[in-house]
Design a protein around this ligand. Structure first.
Ligand SMILES: NC(=O)c1ccc[n+]([C@@H]2O[C@H](COP(=O)([O-])OP(=O)(O)OC[C@H]3O[C@@H](n4cnc5c(N)ncnc54)[C@H](O)[C@@H]3O)[C@@H](O)[C@H]2O)c1
Length: 327
């Protein structure tokens, strides 16, 4: 691994859920951070605690437009990650992934710097291989309602690898699986935040289908640790590397755990499965273990209470109606 010197790191999507935790970590490690965000799903509240930090800067900017800035590394996270948000304006979602990638890759090329891409397990689509390894090409609907995100992220990966092959750019592509934790958007419809907010507000927990579909849940601190380690790998390590927690839970099991931990009396309400909703999702993280010497440490039993505490505090302070939706 490279030695970990002080750097100026450009984090796109730095005001979002994962991005804000990454900014925290980079600041804690002694780096300078330039957070670039258009605040579509990210909030100023997520980074408010960094406001007086002299090594932290925020720039309101949409990555679909070119950006000229000096930095030592780029971590590209800008993109709404939840279906509710990325389906609000699907054309903008594709533009964010594709034009955004072109713009940050162009910047990295001009500066000759290393660049990280937050890709996603969604590049595997509704997978026919379990667990998913990085050499699986996926099973993706190119014309469905999730395609703006899935295909946008796939095209972004293509761009990263073509910049690597064509101009020798140093790239790190991580395929992130479901991640949860404090600062998730309370109204984003993702299953963990959805269940917790529903349980805390006494609303029915909405289960799509019979609840037998599985997901794996990675706590955000584990993900950030893996991202930082990946950036410190030798240039020969380009990815893609799966990052996630291989523990597999059914949606019904998750609902039961949330009810038990919150002590909520909420009922379960069954809704139809949305189209292209994957039946099973679980990462094979063998490559991450071997390459990064990393594996998740925070179990669902530890991570869920921390996340519940965050939402409980948020809802007490602001009330559900006061929580802003996407701009
Ligand atoms: N959280 C997960 O489970 C997960 C899983 C797979 C991949 N990812 C990827 O990780 C990244 C971060 O995800 P997250 O969960 O923090 O989502 P998020 O929605 O909380 O964060 C995304 C951030 O990007 C910003 N953004 C969106 N479009 C932008 C644009 N055009 N210009 C500038 N900023 C823009 C948003 O305002 C937000 O702050 C995303 O790229 C996502 O695809 C996340």
């Amino acid at each position: 691994m490279d030695d970990y010197r002080t750097k100026r790191v450009l984090v796109t999507g730095g005001a979002g859920f994962v991005g804000s935790h990454l900014c925290d970590r980079l600041i804690r490690d002694g780096h300078e951070v330039i957070c670039v965000d258009n605040f579509f799903t990210g909030t100023r509240a997520n980074i408010a605690h960094l406001r007086d930090e002299y090594r932290f800067e925020v720039l309101r900017h949409d990555v679909t437009h070119p950006l000229y800035i000096e930095a030592d590394e780029i971590m590209n996270l800008a993109c709404p990650a939840s279906p509710i948000h990325y389906q609000t304006d699907p054309v903008q979602t594709t533009k964010t992934s594709v034009h955004g990638a072109i713009n940050v890759l162009g910047l990295a090329k001009r500066l000759g710097i290393k660049i990280f891409q937050a890709s996603t397990s969604e590049v595997y689509g509704d997978p026919q291989v379990h667990p998913q390894t990085e050499d699986y090409w996926g099973h993706v609907n190119p014309v469905g309602i999730r395609s703006c995100y899935d295909e946008g992220k796939r095209c972004a990966e293509t761009l990263f690898f073509d910049y690597h092959r064509q101009v020798g750019l140093r790239i790190k592509v991580a395929r992130i699986f479901n991640t949860y934790g404090p600062r998730m958007h309370p109204n984003d419809g993702r299953v963990v935040s959805n269940f917790i907010v529903q349980a805390l507000t006494g609303e029915p927990l909405t289960i799509h289908g019979d609840g037998s579909q599985t997901r794996s849940f990675c706590y955000v601190d584990d993900l950030v640790e893996a991202m930082v380690r990946m950036m410190a790998t030798p240039d020969s390590v380009t990815g893609p590397i799966n990052l996630g927690n291989p523990g597999e839970f059914t949606i019904a099991e998750l609902a039961e755990r949330v009810l038990a931990l919150t002590g909520s009396k909420s009922e379960l309400r069954r809704l139809p499965r949305p189209s292209d909703d994957p039946g099973r999702r679980r990462p094979d993280i063998g490559l991450a273990k071997r390459t990064l010497g990393w594996e998740p440490r925070v179990s669902l039993a530890e991570g869920l209470p921390r996340t519940i505490e965050y939402f409980d505090d948020l809802l007490r302070r602001r009330g559900r109606a006061a929580v802003p939706g996407p701009a």
